[in-house]
Each structure stands twice: as structure tokens, then as C-alpha cells.
Design a binder for this molecule. Sequence first.
Ligand code: PEP
Length: 251
Amino acid sequence: MRRKPLIAGNWKMYKTKDDALAFIYAVNVEVPDKDVVESVICAPAIFLKDLVKREGENLRIGAQNMHYAEEGAYTGEISAAMLKSYGVDYVIVGHSERRAYFNETDETVNLKLISAVNVDITPIVCVGESLEIREAGTTNQVVKKQIEKAYLNVSAQDALKTVVAYEPIWAIGTGVTATPEQANETIIAIRSVIKKLYNEEVSEQIRILYGGSVNTKNVDSLLSMSDIDGALVGGASLDPNSFLTLVRAAL
Ligand code: PEP
């Protein structure tokens, strides 16, 4: 059974309110049927309420981070339940920028994944290796550990409510993309880890995206690979026409 493709934009810390609204108005009516391809924009938290209010039939809005606790004395943080109460449907968890600059660990990724699923938000769980690891030839071992830790104490039923994004750190925002073969090979390795953790059904059904300098020129070759189910896209998701081209490539 073919997995439904998903294209998720990660705006990072770009755009002002007017830019964000202009983007939504431009893409809303153009994005393809959500039953054929899922189109998601993961926006800065401050824009989420305005974007969810204006999201069209086929576009969904996601957050870029959340706290793992249900609630509590965590000044400045946002919980999964708060996101849900505003109609947010996805959240990026464990992006390498958050791991590098904001102390995100495999343990907090695991807790966030569980909290998101508990309130029916789909976590997009990011894993990926550094250039040193890739060059040392230990990518599969490192990514295996990240997956095992992220899915600790997560049932098969809940694992199916998540999406994995394989994002080699050396390819994010650098203009250097993993070759389709490299990306597919690592994603196949991730699927085999998931099969060991759960079973064949979960490993065949769970969607695994590739992320790292995806753009309108390389998207077709990446999406043509057997195990790449979509893309998590930073830079090329900022422009409405570019985002629409990426989404249409998944049709
Ligand atoms: C990302 O932010 O997840 C990402 C992959 O960025 P870029 O597409 O700009 O490399």
C-alpha cells in the first residue's frame, strides 16, 4: 500500500505577520487535495493562531517545537494541549537546530513525541547525523540509536500516529543535498529499525520524510525513491510558488 506523501515547510525564524498571512492567502486555494498529499506549514508560534484561522481545506499548520510537560512552571514554554486548543495539527520534534542550540536531547524528543500523540497532534520526529558521523561510516548506528530512544515506551498504535524526518545535519541549510540514493538508503535502514522495534506493518505504514536542502530542482528525484514519503523543507518553503511546486511534485 502506497503511503500518503507529506510535504512540510519549516519556516524557522523567518517572516513577519504580514508575510505569513500573504503566504497563506497565496497558497490556500492552490494546494492539492489533502487526501492525495498532505501539505503542512510549521510556523513560528506567534503566527499559529492567525494561520490556523485562515488555513484552507487542504493546508494544515504545525508548530516548530513544544514543551513535553502537560503544564507547569515553565516560563516561556508552550504545551501540546495549548497547541491543540488552537487547532495546530503537527509539531516538529528534535530538529537538529534545537538539538544544537536549545539543549534538545533524545530523552526530551521521546517525551515530546509522547505528549504530542496524547493530544492527537502528529509529531514530525527529526533524526540525522553530522558530517563527521557520515564520513566515519557510522550513520546507521547513530540514527538507529536516535530512533530507539525517540520511540521508547511508545506503542505500535501510537508510533503509527507519528512521522519521521531523516535530516542529515550536513545537508540542512547548506545547499548540499544528500543524493536520492544516500537518503533512501538511510531511510530504508530507519524502516528496518522500526520493524525490529514493532513489526512489519508499522515499518511499512509509517511515513519517513527526507529533509536537507530540498528545492524545486531536486525534489522530483528525491520523491521518486522507494522509501522517501515526502520532505521537510526549510528555505524552499518560504516562497509560496516554491512551496506549491514542492507539494505538486508529490502528486
Ligand atoms: C529544515 O529546516 O528542516 C531544513 C531541511 O532546512 P533546509 O531545507 O533549508 O535545508
